[in-house]
Design a protein around this ligand. Structure first.
Ligand code: CA
Length: 244
């Protein structure tokens, strides 16, 4: 039984960007009911995301997120993040898990640096949040929902916690969460949905309208009170390109 809170992404307030989504309905523009999305949808290359899981760390400078240049928006000074100590088998497990969750979308998940190709980067470090003078129950930081429209963001997952290492499956969920946040998804009050603050229960990306909020229903940060995570992901990234 884990006693710690599920995760905490405290970036809100550190980035003073206006919400870019204008409270729009994330389900707008989807194919009409009755059309099979696999058949009707066409991949859109400008929605494609390369998602890089960085196990090796590196030195990062403060500034507007730029994964290829190792610039992170939440830093106030240059920081060097050490590699994590997950085994090769565990790293493969993480990669495969993330790929499986994100397979319905036009997202390429890699764990080798794709620079200079534009990408979102998730650093999985052996540091803990305490190394950044943050509460030790924080599992990671990511640009907050509704403030991150780009495809070059940098997030961090703390592999070491006060209670021990995160499991590969938990790291997988957190990496997937960063892609959800990039699609303007909040946390939802449903343990089945990845990113929920509730104790996970077979987490996935659900095709259901879910209430935003951490432990109780709250307004979504992009407006409204509910979101459909799967539809929002399709809106943001589109379906995968085939025949490549
Ligand atoms: Ca990088």
């Amino acid at each position: 039984m884990r006693a710690r809170r599920i995760h905490h992404w405290p970036l809100a307030g550190l980035i003073a960007l206006a919400c870019a989504c204008s409270g729009s309905d994330l389900t707008e523009g989807l194919p009409d009911a009755g059309i099979e999305p696999e058949d009707a949808a066409v991949c859109e290359t400008d929605k494609h995301l390369t998602l890089f899981i960085n196990h090796e760390g590196g030195t990062y400078l403060p500034g507007p997120d730029n994964a290829a240049n190792n610039v992170m928006s939440f830093l106030v000074m240059s920081r060097t993040m050490p590699a994590n100590d997950f085994t090769a088998t565990e790293r493969t497990e993480i990669l495969t898990c993330v790929q499986n969750h994100l397979a319905p979308y036009n997202i390429t998940v890699v764990d080798q640096d794709p620079s200079p190709t534009q990408h979102n980067e998730v650093i999985v470090t052996s540091q803990s949040s305490a190394d950044y003078s943050r509460p030790t129950n924080e599992e990671g930081w990511s640009p907050p929902s509704c403030q991150n429209g780009g495809f070059e963001s940098v997030s961090i997952i703390f592999g070491d916690q006060a209670g021990g290492h995160l499991t590969p499956d938990r790291v997988c969920q957190l990496v997937v969460w960063t892609a959800q946040s990039n699609a303007n998804l909040d946390s939802h009050v449903d343990c089945r949905q990845i990113g929920s603050w509730l104790e996970p229960c077979e987490p996935a990306i659900l095709d259901e309208e879910l209430s935003c909020g951490q432990f109780k229903a709250e307004d979504c940060s992009c407006g409204g009170t509910t979101q459909n995570p799967h539809r929002a992901m399709l809106e943001r990234y589109g379906p995968p390109c085939t025949g490549e």
